[in-house]
Ligand binder design. Structure first.
Ligand code: GLN
Length: 517
């Protein structure tokens, strides 16, 4: 059995070390995300389109880089060092965001920007993206390693961990967003950095509870000098910084395809979108080769089902992540945000989603085994289809509200609360279920890579979200009624995308189920 430093409430103490670390990391990540679109469009006067695209690009990179961070930790660094390095980059990035320079002068989309401050911001976003890449996959892996392979507490351990993610998101949406919007953008970002720093100190302090599970696979290899007398460990750290410089540039590079641009609706394409398409193609090639590497017929069926689910998840996140773009914009521009006598800020509305996740997680953890017992537990593809349908319905709620706002051209916050509730029903049947599907459907030797693929498709989702968000762009001189008409039209389109994809997946479900029999 595993060595132990004791338990707390039936789980290894290390779980709580990881819980708090990831809680503060997500506090920083989501607090910043709740503010980003507002900050870009109101402080630096980005156009709506540029704001949505940067939001998607940055978040996309933050979900793609864990593939690399996970690989480096597996092979060389070990989880603990990777988490500490990622944490340091995150703190630096959040504090860098706190440098806001002077506000752009002029009109949105054509303002006179503080070019230096904008570059500091891009660099800070790159630091955060690379930091998440080193921290997020590895803190989750440590949780898995705290339990022996067949420990029945593993699932509930992960449920507790997922709650930590959302407690962090909830608190920061309320606190960081409020400070950012009411007191000053920089103060909000700085608070995110300070809390991440405390989370990091807590992690280093609690290291003995990780029971040596997060140490490098081969410490000798890590110490060996490889380059100009530098140890392999330091080469990796310097490589991480170099990567930050690359990401800093990638974040702000657009590609003009000249006459071919017509293919993309006449738009420039971000470099990140190009990289995403290439990465996606490479992943499918890797996957198809794996299918023909002599695995059994049954394994093949399960892997095809898993890859289908992962692919579908990108569309789900593409819709879901509108919450940090057009939903925030709608809350800011055409919503009466007063409930219970409190006027919430636009960024604070993102807390609603996290609150529903916290409330509904125990409900779903309770429901699944019971449905299972009476033979009514839906298959994985059916659950994913429900996820898309709920997602579509959530957009239907907001589209309806936008279409029925009346003469005041003002939507009640209650509509958004209802929309978030329906959306989170979709999240609950898709996101934690997806993590479980990866671990149970994949052939054992590919689990790590398939987990990386899961987050990579979250990254694709973020990038898709940024591009779809641009449909909701609004000219700065538009009236409230015109803005509402745009949001209503875009959200009903998104509703049909969610419902349509959900129905298609329901139709394909019997076929997919036959694959795994
Ligand atoms: N909300 C979860 C997190 O922040 C999952 C997000 C995702 O997979 N896209 O970890």
């Amino acid at each position: 059995s595993l060595p132990s430093t004791g338990e707390f409430m039936g789980h290894p103490k290390g779980l709580y070390v990881c819980f708090l670390t990831e809680m503060w990391e997500r506090f920083a990540f989501y607090g910043m995300k709740a503010l980003l679109f507002l900050y870009l469009t109101k402080h630096h006067l980005f156009s709506d389109t540029d704001g949505y695209l940067l939001l998607g690009t940055y978040a996309g990179l933050a979900y793609a880089l864990p593939l690399l961070g996970g690989l480096l930790a597996d092979k060389y660094l070990g989880m603990r060092k990777a988490v500490v390095f990622g944490g340091v980059l995150l703190v630096l990035g959040q504090l860098g965001m706190a440098y806001t320079g002077h506000a752009a002068a002029g009109v949105q989309g054509a303002g006179q920007q503080d070019a230096f401050a904008v570059q500091v911001m891009y660099f800070s976003l790159a630091l955060i993206g690379v930091g998440v890449g080193f921290l997020k996959p590895n803190i989750s892996t440590i949780v898995g390693r705290l339990y022996a392979p067949n420990d029945p507490r593993r699932d509930s351990g992960f449920t507790i961990f997922y709650m930590g993610i959302n407690v962090g998101a909830f608190l920061s949406s309320l606190i960081v967003a409020w400070i950012g919007e009411k007191i000053g953008w920089g103060y909000g970002f700085a608070l995110a950095g300070v809390m991440m720093a405390l989370g990091l100190v807590q992690f280093m302090w609690g290291r003995k509870h990780l029971l040596g599970h997060a140490e490098p696979a081969d410490p000798e290899l890590l110490r060996a000098p490889v380059f100009g007398g530098l140890s392999r460990e330091w080469v990796i750290y310097l490589g991480g910084l170099l990567l930050t410089v690359v990401v800093w540039q990638v974040l702000q590079t657009r590609i003009d395809f000249g006459p071919l641009s017509a293919l993309f609706g006449g738009h420039e394409v971000t470099l990140t979108e190009v990289v995403a398409v290439l990465l996606g193609a490479a992943l499918y090639i890797w996957f198809i080769r794996l299918l023909f590497s002599g695995i059994s017929h049954a394994e093949k069926g399960r892997m095809i089902m898993l890859m289908t689910l992962i692919t579908v998840s990108a569309l789900f996140w593409g819709l879901y992540e509108q919450t940090y773009g057009p939903w925030v914009a709608m809350a800011d521009r055409v919503m009466d945000r007063t409930t219970f006598g409190i006027e919430w800020t636009a960024g604070q509305t993102t807390a609603i989603g996290a609150l529903f996740v916290i409330a509904l997680s125990p409900v779903f953890a309770w429901i699944w085994p019971r449905l299972d017992k009476v033979g009514l537990n839906p298959s994985y593809p059916a659950k994913f289809a429900w996820g898309l349908v709920f997602c579509g319905l959530a957009f239907g709620v907001l589209a309806f509200a936008a279409g029925n706002a009346g003469d005041s051209a003002t939507v009640s916050l209650w509509w958004m609360i209802l929309a978030y509730f329906v959306l989170v029903l979709g999240e609950m049947v898709l996101s934690p279920v997806g993590l479980a599907a990866v671990t149970s459907l994949s052939i054992p030797r590919a689990v790590g890579m398939m987990m990386g693929a899961w987050f990579l498709f979250s990254a694709f989702g973020e990038i898709i979200a940024g591009r779809m968000g641009t449909w909701a762009q609004i000219a700065p001189e538009a009236s409230r009624a015109e803005a509402l008409a745009v949001y209503g039209g875009v959200f009903s389109k998104m509703m049909w995308i969610g419902l349509g994809a959900g129905v298609l997946l329901f139709l394909a479900t019997p076929l997919l189920k036959r694959l795994v029999r």
